[in-house]
Design a binder for this molecule. Sequence first.
Ligand SMILES: NC(=O)c1ccc[n+]([C@@H]2O[C@H](COP(=O)([O-])OP(=O)(O)OC[C@H]3O[C@@H](n4cnc5c(N)ncnc54)[C@H](O)[C@@H]3O)[C@@H](O)[C@H]2O)c1
Length: 294
Amino acid sequence: MKSVITFRTERKVPRTGLMLVGWGGNNGTTVTGAIIANRKGMQFRTKEGIVKANYFGSVTQSSTVLLGNDSNGKEVFIPMKDVVPMVNPNDLVLDGWDISSMNLADAMERAKVLDIGLQEQLRPHMEQFVPRKAIYNPDFIAANQSDRADNVLTIEDKWAQVEQIRADIRDFKAKEKLDTVIVLWTANTERFSSVVEGVHDTADNLLAAIKRNEPELAPSALYAVASILEKVGLSHSQLSAATTAPTAGKHVCHCATVSGTLTLTNCLFHLPTTDYLHQWLAAEHLCSRSAGAG
Ligand SMILES: NC(=O)c1ccc[n+]([C@@H]2O[C@H](COP(=O)([O-])OP(=O)(O)OC[C@H]3O[C@@H](n4cnc5c(N)ncnc54)[C@H](O)[C@@H]3O)[C@@H](O)[C@H]2O)c1
C-alpha cells in the first residue's frame, strides 16, 4: 500500500499548556522546577561550584542539525530549536493531576532530586501549584501508593471521571488562554491491562465499556480517552495500540515518555505543531507500548 503524506509546518508558535498526570512526583516536580529555574535564570551552588540553570542535555534546546555545506564546502549547523517554529520550554504553562494533594514545593522536597539551594529559590514559585484531583484505581498500581492517595476523584462512574478530566482540560485552556494543551503521563507505571474483546478492540466498544464501568480499564486509558475527546496532544507511556488506537481515530499520537525517546518524540511531535502530526500518526496507527522505559 502506498500513502502520500503532506507535512505543513505551522508558523505561529501556539501558547501551549502542559498537563502532567502525576505532577507531584519526582519527574513532575523536577520538570516544573527546571522550567521555572530556566525562565528566571536562577543560579545555585553545587559541589562543583555555581551553576546557572540551562537546557544542556535537551535534544531540542541544545543540539544542532547539519543543514548542508556552504559555498566553501564547510558544514553548516543550526540549532534544532530553529529548524521549525518551536515552543520554548520556558513558555510552557503548567498544570496537572496527582493522587497526592501535596503542593509542588513540598512535593519537590519529598522528591529529593534538585539541589537544596535551588529548591529554596524555587519554593515561593511552586507552593501555589496544587495538583487537580486524579483518577485512582488501586488495582492498577503498587499498594504502597495508597498512603498518599488523598486527592482522588470520589466519583465511581468511569464515564463521569472521563468527563471530569475533560472539564479540567477545558478549564485550564480557558483560564490560561491557551491555543493548545499537551497531556503527558508521568504517573506510576501501571500493571499490564488485559486486552479484552468487546472492551478494547474498537472505539465504540471502548467508549461503551467505559460507560458501563468495565473493571479492566486503567486510569491511564481514561486520561487518554479524555485527552483524545478533547483533541489535545497526548503522550503516554502506558497505552497499547489495541486499547487506544481505535478511539484515537484522527486525533492522537502516542509516544514513549520518560526517557530518551521522550525527549525527542515529545519535542518533535508535540511541541512544535501538533495538529497535523496527530492526524498523520493516528492515520498510520503509530501506537506502541513502552510502559515507562521509553
Ligand atoms: N524518575 C525516573 O528517573 C524515571 C525513569 C524512567 C521511567 N520512569 C517512570 O516515570 C514514571 C514517574 O516516575 P517518578 O520517578 O516521577 O515517580 P513518582 O512515584 O515520584 O511519581 C509518580 C506520581 O504519580 C502519582 N500518581 C499515581 N497514580 C496516579 C494517577 N492515577 N493519576 C495521577 N497521578 C498519579 C503519584 O502520586 C506520584 O506523585 C514512573 O512510571 C516511572 O517508572 C521514571
